[in-house]
Design a protein around this ligand. Structure first.
Ligand code: CO
Length: 661
């Protein structure tokens, strides 16, 4: 045990009347922002925060994080909620505890640098609507991107929390870039800017416990401002990291109420309260009150969101984060991108290319939006580079980064890559070195003019200025000029319960399917045998030109399907993708092709050329979107061509084999 933690009282109970600790750890609760952003795709609704807001106000949190990050985007886009209204509503219920927001510096709550006039107006309105703590970060840790917003935060008399994005280039803190010195220098820069507190933002959960100890010891000596740790649980280290940071003297830590904790979210508050009970860093929180809040979340709120939980993995940690020192969300995006391009087999090449691209691009931290920028470029390099030539297809964002539009990178960008990226770049081939927003024209007035018939106040205008397309659509919903689509309407607890009951019935085999609607005439009906988690289903798909329409799903019967089917129409021979010729072509004798219904990888070849097959009999197994699809013969006959093997990638509509009657 470190001498920084002293057990003062071993006989105390949980009650909040226990003696106050000498130096209590302060806690910010993230449940109402980062918690549901991490676990439930930021879909938390204001109406589901109201039932707990008053109780959470009683706990004694240093602040409640209620806004910012992805909430502004998600609320107006997917929830038909006015983001500004959330602050005002929650303030009515939680009157004592300060509210905190995550501000992406000059990116505000969007994904690009906005002009200074928009940034000024945004901070001003956020403060006026009730925001108290502005947790501010920049993806490159370039604090010139803080200048405009910090001026606004200070002018409004609010708390400016400056963040240092925690990043690394090797398995432990150190190396040439992100070493102790780097963080100390950054913390001093923030203090010089007037930071009221300094946060180390470990968005990927990369910080190891003993690195945290060394880091906060060093920062405590370097700066006077209170120190705050934000560490995601993703890799599983965060609770240990918290404890070591507390031993090193960190002032404030971030947690979630337990139903919103762990996985890619944050450590839970309850175990930490108990771990510190009776010590000189006791939080003083009433564990019974926390339990009451949890019960409301568990019974009345979480059931509505459970279906949004991103994965059904047994493990709640992502060891890939430990292996690659890369944010978990970024890794899953890479996998999705590769999958869409039918190139999942290249994932190891992507893992190898990623550190090279990141180094070329100046060893930038990996956080929104730089994680996407580095990730997509890596995928492009792996898929499109040929021979000696690298960076054959450079994304627009990489060009912007090379131009200096995001700010200064941790180390200089590889000059060769920079030169190639800026060839013919519209803003100029010579990169800028000034504060990025200085090259941006004012944009607020133009935005105001564009929505003058729709917006009623500056808050409305800002929704449009930040998100022109979805913002405008939201304002139309708000003022009843356009009907609100059903998918943005809230889901009730009753609906969630009914769905859960249905699933349980189905699992118990008690569900009887009832056809309610007449099945439309289908001319292009095709049958797939789909394997899901070891169970076969027969799926009938009608594809009259557009995307396939699923007409029926039934448990697989090994015998030929008893339902009479219209005769299959030979599928039109689709043009193969330009980059990759289809593996099989239809020869002059005709024959009916079996085409790939979706991009994917061949994982099984059940027949060989010359084999006779019956209609519907499985010929190939295609893996796509985590599902194995047994592809059946479109007609009965003899297989004339099949030149694909296990492991081959196919694009949608590629001809896989040909069957002659
Ligand atoms: Co976070």
């Amino acid at each position: 045990m470190s001498k920084d933690i002293i057990i003062e009282n071993t006989k105390m109970d949980y009650s909040k009347d226990r003696p106050k600790a000498k130096k209590p750890v302060k806690v910010m609760d993230l449940t109402l922002r980062d918690g549901h952003q991490s676990l439930f795709a930021t879909r938390g609704r204001t109406e589901d925060m109201i039932p707990v807001a008053e109780l959470m106000d009683e706990v004694g949190f240093w602040a409640l994080e209620t806004w910012g990050g992805a909430t502004f985007d998600t609320m107006h886009r997917f929830l038909n909620e006015d983001p500004w209204e959330r602050i005002r509503t929650l303030k009515k219920y939680a009157k004592k505890t300060p509210f905190s927001m995550l501000l992406r510096a000059q990116n505000l709550v969007g994904y690009r640098n906005y002009a200074d006039d928009v940034a000024e107006a945004f901070v001003d309105r956020a403060a006026a609507n009730g925001m108290d703590v502005f947790r501010t970060f920049d993806a490159l840790n370039d604090y010139r991107n803080f200048e405009t917003v910090v001026k606004g935060i200070k002018k409004a008399g609010k708390h400016f929390q400056g963040c240092i994005c925690y990043s690394m280039t090797e398995p432990r803190m150190g190396g040439d870039v992100y070493n102790l010195d780097y963080y100390v220098v950054k913390a001093k820069e923030l203090e010089a800017m007037g930071a009221d507190s300094i946060c180390v933002k470990d968005m990927a959960g990369l910080m190891a416990p003993y690195d945290a100890f060394a880091l906060f010891k060093a920062l405590k000596q370097a700066v006077k401002a209170p120190l705050h740790l934000h560490s995601h649980f993703t890799s599983g280290m965060a609770p240990m990291t918290h404890l070591k940071a507390i031993e090193a003297g960190v002032d404030i830590v971030d947690t979630c109420m337990s139903p919103y904790a762990y996985r890619t979210s944050h450590p839970a508050v309850e175990p930490m309260v108990m771990a510190l009970l009776g010590t000189n860093r006791d939080t003083g929180f009433d564990i019974n009150l926390l339990a009451r809040i949890n019960e409301i979340f568990e019974k009345e709120i979480v059931p509505k969101y459970r279906h949004l939980l991103a994965d059904n993995k047994m493990s709640i940690i992502d060891i890939n984060v430990l292996l690659h020192q890369t944010p978990g969300g970024m890794l899953s995006n890479l996998v999705n991108q590769l999958r869409e391009m039918d190139a999942l087999d290249k994932i190891d090449q992507v893992y190898a290319e990623l550190p090279r691209v990141r180094k070329d691009l100046g060893q930038i931290p990996l956080v929104t939006p730089t994680s996407q920028i580095v990730g997509t470029q890596t995928v492009n390099n792996v898929l499109f580079d040929e021979g000696e030539e690298r960076y054959k297809m450079i994304t627009g964002q990489v060009k912007d980064l090379c131009f200096g539009l995001y700010g200064k990178t941790a180390v200089p960008i590889n000059p060769e890559v920079q030169k190639k990226a800026l060839k013919g770049y519209p803003r100029g081939e010579e990169p800028i070195t000034c504060r990025p927003a200085e090259v941006l024209e004012p944009e607020l007035e133009k935005a105001q003019e564009e929505v003058k018939d729709l917006a009623r106040d500056l808050d409305d205008e800002l929704i449009y200025a930040l998100y022109p397309v979805t913002g405008k659509r939201f304002l139309k919903w708000k003022y009843g000029l356009e009907e609100v689509p059903p998918e943005v309407k809230p889901r009730t607890l009753e609906e969630a319960k009914a769905e859960k009951e249905l699933i349980e019935k189905a699992k118990a085999g008690k569900l009887v399917e009832k056809k309610e609607k007449a099945i439309p005439a289908m001319e292009n009906l095709r049958k797939f045998n789909v394997l899901v988690d070891g169970e076969y289903f027969a799926v009938e798909v009608d594809a009259p030109g557009g995307s396939p329409r699923i007409s029926s799903v039934s448990q697989y019967a090994p015998a030929p399907a008893p339902v009479p089917q219209p005769p299959p129409t030979p599928v039109e021979v689709a043009k193969p993708a330009a980059s990759k010729p289809a593996a099989v072509t239809v020869d002059d004798n005709g024959g009916t092709p079996l085409v790939a219904p979706m991009p994917g990888m061949i994982v099984g070849v059940e027949k060989k050329e010359g084999d006779h097959v019956n209609q519907g009999e499985a010929v190939l197994v295609l893996e796509a979107m985590k599902m194995e699809n047994a592809l059946g013969a479109p007609i009965s006959g003899t297989i004339t061509k099949i030149n694909l093997g296990v492991g081959d990638q196919v694009a949608k509509n590629d001809i896989l084999c040909v069957i002659a009657p």
